[in-house]
Design a protein. Structure first.
Length: 179
């Protein structure tokens, strides 16, 4: 009976730990490769040495709609400073095309990114996907997550952390971002 209880408790603790697994600040960002709307393929592994802003969004997300202009300003500000902005959505190209007619993006949109959402999303105790839109992941020059946040008005914190990373990168001896 005692052995059965120990085995049962071990299984419960393992399942509980699995359900709570999530990316944390300081952990390595999951790598991915995906095409953007313009046909350019982005490989996170090839972006080492750059700061990368990964934003998950949806055409149906009202908060995303209000955040796009703020993110566009950030993308414009850091365009020539080694920062790459990627907007990943589970929506397909035709939905995104229709959305872009009245809501321009100033950075790279990667449609059909459900598989990547699965890599980045938290999981609840039952293993269900738990991610709010927009969700922002700031990846440093070494491929580690510097910031993970979601929801409304995260742009000021995002900008502050981008500025710090860009400043650190410009002060390095050329080895930042290499594995």
């Amino acid at each position: 009976m005692r052995v059965i209880l120990i085995v049962l408790l071990t299984v419960v603790f393992c399942l509980s730990a699995y359900g709570q697994q999530s990316l944390r600040e300081g952990s390595t960002a999951p790598e991915f490769m995906a095409p953007a709307m313009n046909g350019q393929v982005f490989d996170l592994n090839q972006l080492h040495g750059k700061v990368v802003v990964v934003t998950f969004w949806s055409t149906r997300c009202a908060i995303c709609h209000s955040e796009i202009p703020k993110l566009n300003k950030l993308a414009d500000k850091y365009r020539d400073k080694g920062v790459v902005f990627l907007a990943l959505t589970t929506d397909n190209e035709s939905k995104v095309d229709a959305y872009l007619k009245s809501n321009p993006f100033n950075f790279n949109i990667l449609p059909n990114s459900f598989g990547i959402v699965l890599q980045y999303a938290d999981r609840d105790r039952q293993g269900n996907i738990d991610i709010g839109f927009p969700a922002h992941f700031l990846v440093n020059q070494n491929g580690q997550i510097e910031m993970k946040d979601s929801g409304w008005d995260k742009t000021p914190e995002l900008e502050s952390k981008i500025a710090r990373l860009v400043s650190q990168g410009s002060n390095s001896t050329g080895t930042a971002g290499q594995r």
